[in-house]
Write a protein that binds this ligand. Structure first.
Ligand code: PCA
Length: 215
């Protein structure tokens, strides 16, 4: 039995907090009998992916769940796909702002998440937490991280169920953004825990691309 690796990000874009790391920190140390390893990542193209891949190599986890903030979304959103593009509308935390560049030169155009997405979303909802499948992780650091994790799994023959969940803003982040959606941290954590349990319970990785395999 392996472990679970959960990652979260530092704040970015002028925010003081990032719900992804706060939620990762608050997860229990053990979920479904597996130890939960937590990794804080910088909001930087390149460095975030390198740090994650190094940890994947060390831990060989059973489930890899990366978390990120997607301000403006109202639910936990489980990403279906990572695309081979970096196209940033704002610089990352190291000041790098790639435009129309591949994550992995010569790599496939996209990878599907290997999490059982529908089972994960259903589990979160059953726990009372709004959740949905998302068909775009954007073209910023989060998409790059999921692409890099799935590319690593592909190249290293790694069967880890690997996915990404974008989280809404926390209530404190929308105080000056009237009308914008938010979610309490405890609610997020409950949903993420349900997602992890569903990922471990579902025997076969669901096919997220209607018959299309990752390359
Ligand atoms: N969200 C950003 C990067 C870090 C984060 O939490 C994104 O969606 O790409």
């Amino acid at each position: 039995m392996g472990c679970i690796l959960v990652t979260g990000f530092e704040p970015f874009g002028g925010e003081k907090i990032n719900p992804s790391w706060l939620a990762a920190e608050r997860l229990p140390a053990v979920v479904a009998g597996r130890p939960v390893e937590k990794l804080l990542l910088p909001v930087e193209f390149g460095a975030s992916a390198r740090l994650l891949c190094r940890r994947l190599e060390q831990l060989q986890p059973e489930v890899v769940l990366c978390l990120g903030q997607a301000g403006g979304r109202a639910a936990l959103t489980a990403e279906r796909v990572a695309i081979n593009i970096m196209d940033a509308s704002q610089p990352d935390n190291a000041g790098f702002q790639p435009q129309d560049q591949p994550v992995c030169p010569g790599g496939p155009a996209a990878y599907f998440s290997s999490l059982p997405l529908k089972a994960c979303v259903q589990a979160a909802r059953q726990a009372g937490v709004p959740a949905a499948v998302s068909n775009t992780a954007g073209t910023y650091v989060c998409n790059q991280l999921l692409y890099a994790a799935l590319d690593w799994a592909q190249k290293n023959d790694c069967a880890a169920k690997t996915g990404f969940i974008h989280l809404p803003w926390l209530p404190v982040q929308v105080l000056d953004r009237p009308g914008q959606p938010s979610m309490e941290l405890d609610t997020m954590v409950r949903g993420i825990q349900a997602v992890l349990e569903a990922a471990l319970e579902t025997e076969e990785g669901e096919n997220n691309g209607s018959g299309t395999e990752n390359p």
